[in-house]
Write a protein that binds this ligand. Structure first.
Ligand code: ADP
Ligand code: ZN
Length: 181
């Protein structure tokens, strides 16, 4: 297996860089943020609990994340080349859990960006409500305002990309995730 962890503050572009690595190397993508948003959309118990944390810009508790990650990995099966972990581990406890699952990390990529650039990226970020493609109102605008180029879906601002919440997410990153680096 070839496992990669992609590390970086919220808005640093982990998802975008992951997509490029997947296209090049054919590894699987696991984004805990995406899995959580799918749970919220489907209205599951996990989704309902997770939304309470995510919408305020807090981390979802380790125990929930670790169970969810383990289930996501099981679903991928054994016959895979490797995984790119995007947004996991985000705490030291999560990293220890990954270790206990017997999953070796071959490479860690850390994306480093100034706070100023991060704020700009997050506040301008838009996401397609249907296919999850991402845009930026200035740097990567859609052809037709508010509509997805790929599927015509409606572009929305993520609940946790509201300005008040962005500041809090960056503080949480410094406190809980940066020490893991
Ligand atoms: P970003 O990197 O832009 O913050 P993500 O999609 O990775 O976006 O995560 C969105 C939110 O989902 C986080 O702010 C957090 O609340 C929750 N989340 C995602 N991954 C984890 C994780 N590994 N541990 C705890 N919470 C997580
Ligand atoms: Zn779309």
């Amino acid at each position: 297996m070839n496992n990669i962890v992609i590390f970086g503050a919220p808005g640093s572009g982990k998802g975008t860089q992951s997509d490029k690595i997947i296209a090049e190397f054919g590894v699987e993508h696991i984004s805990t943020g995406e899995v959580l948003r799918a749970e919220i959309k489907a209205g599951t118990e996990l989704g309902k609990t997770a939304a309470l944390y995510i919408n305020d810009g807090n981390l979802v508790p380790d125990a929930l994340i670790i169970d969810m990650l383990s289930a996501t990995l099981d679903k991928k099966g054994k016959d895979i080349k490797g995984v790119i972990f995007d947004g996991f581990p985000r705490t030291i406890a999560q990293a220890e859990a990954l270790d206990k699952m017997g999953i070796a990390v071959d490479k860690v990529l850390s994306i480093e960006l100034s706070d100023e650039e991060i704020l700009k990226r997050l506040s301008g970020r838009r996401e397609c409500a249907s296919c999850r493609a991402t845009y930026h109102i200035e740097d990567k605008p859609p052809v037709k305002e508010g509509k997805c180029d790929r599927c015509g879906g409606e572009l929305i601002c993520r609940e946790d990309d509201k300005p008040e919440t962005i500041k809090h997410r960056l503080a949480v990153y410094e406190d809980s995730t940066a020490p893991l680096k």
